[in-house]
Design a protein around this ligand. Structure first.
Ligand code: CIR
Length: 266
């Protein structure tokens, strides 16, 4: 059986813009270098494409410095797409902008209506449910809207808590397969993954919890050897991708793509 939570025919990415130097960040650890960011981004796209999926790379959006983190603007499910309502005011326009791009793949596209907020980085879709972490960017009203929208497709939405001072729920976790989550200890300790197998990031390597399972591969940020080795020992085919520049803007592997299998077009 194909697992819909990590088997995908398509992904959407967006080229980094020159304005990336103005991207949001919790702590300023330096200005991202656009050339290096682009090289890492090319490696990321090549890894996704190597699985046989079709990758669409959208043009950069200079007006939106964080638009390379395309995951936050939408949630793409096999039945339809949901346009997010980002809690970061500078990112609201990204959600509107992606709608026409998704229309190439989806007949059914439903926007989250205000006043709530929700960003894709707070959403982890497992084989059985949609987990959404409340955070500084995602509130209960936004989560309730997502629950209302996805109920038509039969989904269960479970509200959980993103740890304090962590940008997004998926900053601290990733789906590895239908039963397994990779998580930073500070998140798995909350018990939100009870019933699933949890592999914890190695001591001091919380920053690599944002990985992605994409078909046969697990993409993770380079430089976290103990966690990478642990995942390989568990049988995962790990690809390490340079992430130094995205990390300066609190971005990781999941943020850089929308991963999905669209329904056949009517
Ligand atoms: C932001 O603060 O919104 C961006 N600099 C980083 C977004 C990362 N996205 C994600 O984790 N899904």
């Amino acid at each position: 059986m194909t697992a819909k939570s990590y088997s995908f025919t398509h992904a959407i990415t967006r080229k980094p813009s020159r304005s990336i130097i103005n991207g949001l960040r919790a702590v300023d650890t330096g200005t991202p270098d656009l050339d290096l960011f682009c090289r890492h981004h090319d490696d990321y796209i090549a890894a996704l494409a190597s699985t046989g999926a079709t990758i669409t790379t959208l043009e950069a959006l200079e007006d939106f410095p964080d638009a390379v983190f395309v995951e936050d603007a939408a949630l793409c499910l096999p039945e339809g797409a949901v346009i997010m309502r980002p809690g970061a005011p500078t990112r609201l326009g990204e959600a509107a902008a992606i709608r026409s791009d998704l229309a190439r793949f989806y007949d059914e596209i439903v926007p989250v209506e205000g006043p709530g907020f929700i960003e894709g980085g707070d959403i982890l879709t497992t084989e059985h449910e949609i987990l959404v972490g409340q955070s500084a960017r995602t509130n209960s009203a936004g989560i309730a809207e997502l629950r209302r929208i996805t109920a038509r497709w039969g989904y269960r939405v479970r509200e959980v808590q993103t740890p304090p001072d962590v940008l997004h729920f998926k900053t601290d976790c990733s789906l590895l397969d239908a039963e397994t989550i990779l998580a930073a200890p500070r998140l798995s300790g909350t018990g939100c993954f009870d019933g699933l197998r949890v592999l914890q990031t190695a001591d001091g390597e919380d920053a690599c919890a944002n990985a992605i399972r994409f078909n046969n591969l697990v993409l993770m940020p380079a430089g976290f050897a103990r966690t990478a080795d642990m995942l390989a020992d568990h049988g995962y085919d790990v690809r390490e991708i340079g992430n130094s520049e995205a990390a300066k803007l609190d971005g990781g592997m999941s943020c850089l793509s929308l991963r999905f299998s669209p329904p056949p077009k009517q």
